[in-house]
Design a protein around this ligand. Structure first.
Ligand code: 6PG
Length: 254
């Protein structure tokens, strides 16, 4: 079982509150670029796991422009999670990232590691775990950067409340059944997510304010608020929040 975060973890988190969702994307683009430059200059490659959902779309479209100086041939793209749909399905995180970013930059297709979520989630998770273990030799992987979003129920990647993936510690990728939506997902698990050199949450919108406050200031277990499980990596984690999603935080956290 993933460790429950301590109060100390929560105080170590780097929280950056900006006016709007566009400002969240802009801050994330800067953080992404800085992480890429550091990784490529130091280790020759930049291994980054993209977040799914809708929030990161703006970030990805910004990164696709010449405004950000990223050496794409040295970038390897992974996905923190995927829906169990074909790559051209409107729900596909891979499709979203390709449309907003990957189709527009000079990245080698062989360096984009899609989670083949259809048609068999368990097989997809097994295959993706093997891909990750081929690319990472350290005990817990160690991605250079993990981008994450958070749902209003406190889920992150496809680590949903009360789901079986929350207790997995011996695999980096699993199939996870989401009771609340009656769907299967494939998701990275806590071990590879919390071992990343840098983690950035991108959260925007007033509908997230309650969950943001509970995750960053409360003490609920990760079973009810899975995003809290990432707080064990608080010293390497930045929460990029717009004012609306930060609205319920106490003044001291602002
Ligand atoms: C997914 C994501 C998921 C997402 C949150 C927030 O596949 O849906 O990985 O964890 O980040 O649900 O989604 P929004 O950005 O759309 O609010």
């Amino acid at each position: 079982m993933q460790d429950q975060p301590s109060k100390k973890n929560a105080t170590a988190v780097n929280i950056r509150i900006v006016p709007s969702a566009r400002d969240v994307a802009r801050s994330a683009a800067r953080l992404f670029t800085d992480a890429a430059i550091e990784a490529i200059n130091t280790r020759g490659q930049f291994h980054v796991a993209l977040a799914g959902g809708s929030t990161p779309k703006l970030l990805y479209s910004m990164l696709a422009t010449d405004e950000y100086n990223i050496h794409w041939p040295k970038v390897r793209i992974y996905f923190g999670d995927e829906r169990c749909v074909p790559p051209d399905h409107t729900d596909s995180n891979y499709r979203m990232a390709c449309k907003a970013l990957l189709n527009h930059v000079k990245i080698c297709p062989g360096r984009i590691y899609r989670i083949p979520g259809e048609p068999d989630p368990a097989k997809a998770a097994y295959a993706y775990d093997a891909t990750l273990r081929k690319n990472f030799t350290q005990p817990d992987g160690v991605l250079d950067l993990v981008l994450l979003g958070m749902g209003d129920d406190g889920h992150t990647a496809s680590l949903f409340p009360h789901s079986t993936a929350l207790s997995v510690t011996d695999r980096w990728c699993v199939a996870n059944h989401v009771e609340s939506q009656q769907v299967w997902r494939v998701t990275m698990t806590y071990p590879i997510l919390v071992s990343a050199r840098k983690i950035a949450f991108l959260v925007a919108g007033s509908n997230k304010a309650d969950a943001v406050n509970r995750v960053l200031t409360g003490e609920e277990p990760i079973e009810t608020l899975p995003a809290r499980g990432i707080l064990t990596a608080a010293d390497r984690c930045t929460w990029l929040l717009d004012q609306a999603s930060a609205a319920s935080l106490p003044k001291k956290n602002k």
